[in-house]
Design a protein around this ligand. Structure first.
Ligand SMILES: Nc1ncnc2c1ncn2[C@@H]1O[C@H](COP(=O)(O)OP(=O)(O)OP(=O)(O)O)[C@@H](O)[C@H]1O
Length: 241
């Protein structure tokens, strides 16, 4: 019997900007239902890799496979239709609109009107922010805003959620809460998180892929990665310095 293909995989994925090789022959695979963290020091290639996965960049070479199907070069909308939810640093909610309206609009891209209403309410409930439904997004505190943005990503019901620095700008307590929430989201969705915060990586405690100079330096359990001297050298050492 042949094993089913991974949910998402890259094969020798490479992205160059002129003479800079931002992502250099990276082959990574994410299983159905997995929760994976991607880390690395500044300039390691995480954001570029993220953008290649989400269709914001077309890689120079290599492939992106979704359940074994070649989806290299699909734009973000086509990636969303496959079942990939993406949270970038760019706000998805409109400041002047009530939160629930913004979440409905996000769901509406893939679902009908009535279903989108149901999905938006369910997403707000799940993220513990149903009480903020009618508040204009522009009036939310930073942490609340991050949760509301997350609601726009999960509301359509993606199989995989890819998050770019979901705890950016959060304090320790909010970071810990967000880590718990992401583990909870992982019950229903595979999740890939690009993150800097080591507290977060510790709290998530799953497989970690470490990028360095456009390549995968180490891929292992959070415990082992956090005590790996190579990782300390390129990441923690530099971060501490
Ligand atoms: N649009 C671009 N044009 C030219 N060079 C780029 C571009 N985007 C990224 N790079 C270069 O590619 C390399 C990887 O950058 P990237 O932003 O992917 O790293 P990163 O790990 O996400 O870093 P950070 O944590 O600082 O966001 C860096 O050397 C960067 O200068």
């Amino acid at each position: 019997m042949t094993a089913p293909p991974p949910l998402l995989a890259t094969e020798e994925l490479t992205m160059r900007f002129g003479g800079v090789v931002a992502v250099d022959r990276v082959s990574v695979s994410i299983a159905e239902g997995e929760l994976r963290c991607l880390i690395g020091p500044n300039g390691a290639g995480k954001s570029t890799f993220f953008r290649c996965l989400t269709g914001q960049y077309r890689p120079t070479s290599g492939r992106v496979l979704w359940r074994g199907r070649d989806v290299t070069g699909f734009d973000p909308f086509r990636m969303a239709r496959l079942g990939i939810g993406i949270k970038t640093q760019v706000p998805a909610l409109f400041d002047g609109l009530p939160v629930v309206e913004g979440v409905r609009l996000a769901a509406r891209r893939l679902h009908g009107e009535r279903e989108s209403r149901r999905l938006a309410d369910a997403a707000l409930d799940r993220l513990g922010i149903a009480h903020l439904a009618d508040r204009p997004a522009g009036l939310l505190a930073h942490g609340q805003r991050q949760l509301a943005e997350l609601a726009t990503v999960v509301a359509p019901g993606p199989d995989l959620v890819i998050l770019d620095e979901p705890t950016a700008g959060m304090g320790a307590e909010e970071t810990a809460r967000t880590a718990g929430l992401i583990r909870e989201l992982n019950r229903d969705h595979a999740v890939v998180v690009v993150e800097h915060d080591m507290q977060f990586i510790r709290a998530i405690a799953r497989t970690v892929t470490v990028f360095h100079q456009g390549r995968v330096l180490v891929q292992d359990s959070a415990d082992r990665v956090l005590t790996d001297p190579r990782v300390r050298d390129v990441y923690l050492g530099r971060a501490a310095a």
